[in-house]
Design a protein around this ligand. Structure first.
Ligand code: 6PG
Ligand code: NI
Length: 184
């Protein structure tokens, strides 16, 4: 028999499925994430920064999740809106990101703290290797939407990034500037 699976609109990352899992992350959830704490305080904690929509899928070894992150455009002080970023709890598990809409960067960092950036644009394909922390950054003027596929067992480890990422992406004179951070 033939069934119709959920679909994702490549133009904006909207899922057709109705019972997707949704998680909104607001400014108030991102304490300590942006380098300019005063500017962060000045924003309403209710300000939505990003939303993740996930398809329901089976749990367990070998199973996969598919989800779309919609990251708002904007800045906290000079720093572009970004996701919190994480290692997977199961560190060896990788992930694939696909740029759908908008313009931004994927920040990748290994366990030694070496960081690099990949440009995210509609159609871009990003292989996130195991043992790599990852964060999306919206450097554009519209919502940045990216589709991700990852193992359901991967989990999230946010705590191991207390030192933060080694790179910050800021706006300087209308341009995107990448800054190296001393000790995270
Ligand atoms: C994952 C994916 C992705 C990610 C979101 C939000 O492993 O679940 O990388 O869905 O969770 O982009 O980012 P944070 O989890 O870092 O807030
Ligand atoms: Ni992940």
């Amino acid at each position: 028999s033939v069934s119709t699976p959920p679909s994702v609109a490549f133009l904006n990352g909207q899922f057709s499925a109705e019972n997707v899992i949704k998680k909104v992350t607001r400014s108030g959830d991102l304490r300590g994430v942006f380098h300019d704490g005063d500017s962060w305080q000045a924003i309403s904690p209710e300000t939505p920064i990003y939303e993740v929509e996930m398809l329901r899928s089976p749990q367990g070894e070998g199973e996969l999740y598919a989800g779309v992150t919609h990251l708002q455009p904007g800045r906290v002080g000079d720093e572009f809106y970004m996701t919190r970023g994480h290692f997977h709890q199961r560190r060896e598990q990788g992930e694939v990101y696909f740029g759908l809409k908008g313009a931004g960067l994927l920040l990748l960092q290994d366990e030694k703290g070496d960081a690099r950036l990949e440009r995210v644009s509609p159609g871009s394909v990003h292989i996130i290797p195991g043992f790599s922390a990852h964060r999306l950054i919206n450097t554009g003027n519209e919502i940045l939407s990216a589709l991700a596929v990852w193992p359901s067992i991967a989990g999230h480890d946010y705590a191991s990034l207390t030192q933060g990422f080694a790179l910050r992406v800021v706006e300087r004179g209308g341009k995107v500037q990448v800054r190296e951070v001393q000790n995270g």
